[in-house]
Design a protein around this ligand. Sequence first.
Ligand code: AMP
Ligand code: MG
Length: 330
Amino acid sequence: MQTEVQKIGERSLARAKELLLRGECVAFPTETVYGLGADARSDEAVERIYRVKGRPQDNPLIVHIHPGFDLGSLVYDEPYAQKLREAFLPGPLTLVYRSRGRVSAKVSCGLDTLAVRVPAHPEAQRFLRYVDIPVAAPSANRSKHVSPVSAQHVLDDLNGKIPLILDGGPCLGGIESTVCDITGPYPVILRAGLVTREMIAGVVGRCDEYIPQEGEKVRSPGMKYKHYAPSCETKLFAPADAAAALAEYRRAVQGGRRVRVLCEDAVAGMFPAEAVLDLGADGAAMAENLYRLLREAETCADLLIAIEPAGRGGVMTGVLNRLRKACAGE
Ligand code: AMP
Ligand code: MG
């Protein structure tokens, strides 16, 4: 199969719609990462997503809709959800509702809930409005690889496997949406992201972060898998261990290895400039840069030394979660 990359316009949108209604997959940009979309109402189309990505069959998908789409036709609403939608949507927040069972059961892998997201990205909205169906979409990468934040990243992973990539330029959010379960008395974050626990608690009073208990059925199956990993070897150091990272860097270079160092601005000066992949100085910049730099690392290094940024809380919760999964196999 030939994979076409097209800027978003009348012609490419018409083609995308035709493909989706035929049960094919189409990649599209959002403000977080690129999504691999398919018709959420069709078993066959949803199965294709899992096949194309090599995604485990028990890792449910998020349904994407435009702001005007009838949410109530897909899910049962929850008392405080309206406040969250008013505060954060459209945007990088996915809400997990009780499902009405109107989309393919394969979207939720048999769970009685449905994760729904309304992206803020203007071109994502244009695409979703044009097709006007619920679009199931995980990140448009090979399963367990680094998520794609450009059309080229999607092409690198899925060339020949999907017919069309809609190119909307680089994604500025950089990490996947916050996934928040609202089926209980207060919201519980299943996956940290750009809409933070602190921001949600600020609107509804309480918001917890989900910590799986031993023996309990996992509430967000996706979180148990190794994820976001570059193809090169990785070594992760704590913020206090930058000196040990430097020693490791010197040893590896002496040993003839091609090494890159992924770290925040504050410690970048310890390393030769040409070896540094600089995450930036604040949470938003680090989220935007993380996946692009992980993908860059695998093209030019056989060892990536990563040093955790020192910041905690807010957006850093999501950034650290991704960095640890990518580099420590957590
Ligand atoms: P991805 O689409 O690759 O960004 O992953 C989607 C994330 O949302 C995974 O971590 C899933 O486990 C989670 N997710 C999707 N649907 C549900 C659901 N119904 N309940 C809980 N988590 C979900
Ligand atoms: Mg993903």
